[in-house]
Design a protein around this ligand. Structure first.
Ligand code: NAP
Length: 242
């Protein structure tokens, strides 16, 4: 059975991915930075269903904490062969108002988190000549977004990272792909307010609804199993960007 680490999986898209992977037979590690209560609740639910799940609290921006988490997973389940880099933060602001520490934190979590986790799991993947990495970008990694310059920059960089790493690691039997969600109904987008979310669903999204976390989990599961697909960016956005 394969071992999966899904970062940022106490709630939202990550939680749906962790649940889908566990139900598909992966041993999963649920990770978060604060809401261990939710992470543990999800792990208990999955275990009650007969699946394998553990939790580990770690800030993905902290390389030492990530290394400890990967060591914990290895002790419990064995080495990670599926990594889903999902943890991310968005702090919408006009560019001129972004403080240096805010800019740095968004980069440290969204992009630095990918660097830290990939560095931690790659030696085993290289040794085994197999592995799968799925990085969470965004439609704002493919297009510009007003008041989201830091977020959008990191999500563009995640696409560059994924494509470059896919080219570099394909000869080593390791696949790297990217998912670009549209507007997904999680805590992250609540800052927009219900009126704006309803307007987006009605006027901007051809499929006429916000995405669900499970819509992204479905694509993550597909990419985890899609053995001849690498270096791709899969949009899951209800047709927002066509
Ligand atoms: P969310 O509801 O805000 O959940 C974020 C998750 O990441 C939580 O589990 C949170 O843990 C965890 N997290 C945050 N910072 C972390 C850190 N430093 N270390 C470890 N875990 C951390 O977000 P979401 O909407 O599910 O988004 C998940 C991913 O999809 C993000 O990368 C986001 O950029 C991307 N995305 C989302 C949308 C959307 O519309 N929702 C669209 C495009 C892309 P705690 O619970 O402990 O805080």
């Amino acid at each position: 059975m394969n071992v999966a680490l899904v970062t940022g999986s106490s709630r939202g898209i990550g939680a749906a991915c962790a649940a889908a992977l566990a139900r598909a037979g992966y041993k999963v590690c649920i990770n978060c930075i604060e809401r261990m209560d939710l992470a543990e609740q999800l792990a208990e639910q999955l275990k009650d269903e007969g699946h394998k799940a553990i939790c580990h609290q770690a800030d993905v921006a902290d390389a030492a904490a990530v290394n400890e988490m990967v060591a914990h997973i290895e002790r419990e389940f064995g080495p990670v062969d599926l990594l889903v880099n999902n943890a991310g933060i968005a702090i919408p602001q006009q560019f001129q108002d972004i403080l240096p520490e805010t800019w740095k934190r968004i980069f440290d979590v969204n992009l630095g988190g990918c660097y830290n986790t990939i560095q931690a799991v790659l030696p085993h993947m290289l040794h085994e000549h197999r592995g799968c990495i799925i990085n969470m970008s965004s439609i704002w990694g493919q297009h510009g977004a007003s008041c989201e310059t830091a977020y959008s920059s990191t999500k563009h960089a995640i696409i560059g990272l994924s494509r470059s790493l896919a080219a570099e690691l394909a000869p080593s039997g390791i696949r790297v792909n990217c998912v670009a969600p549209g507007v997904i109904d999680t805590d992250m987008v609540q800052v927009l307010g219900q009126e704006t979310l309803d307007m987006l669903a009605r006027e901007q999204i051809p499929l006429g609804r916000l995405g669900k976390a499970e819509d992204i989990a479905h694509t993550v599961l597909y990419l985890a199993e899609a053995g001849y697909t690498t270096g791709q960016v899969i949009g899951v956005d209800g047709g927002f960007i066509i």
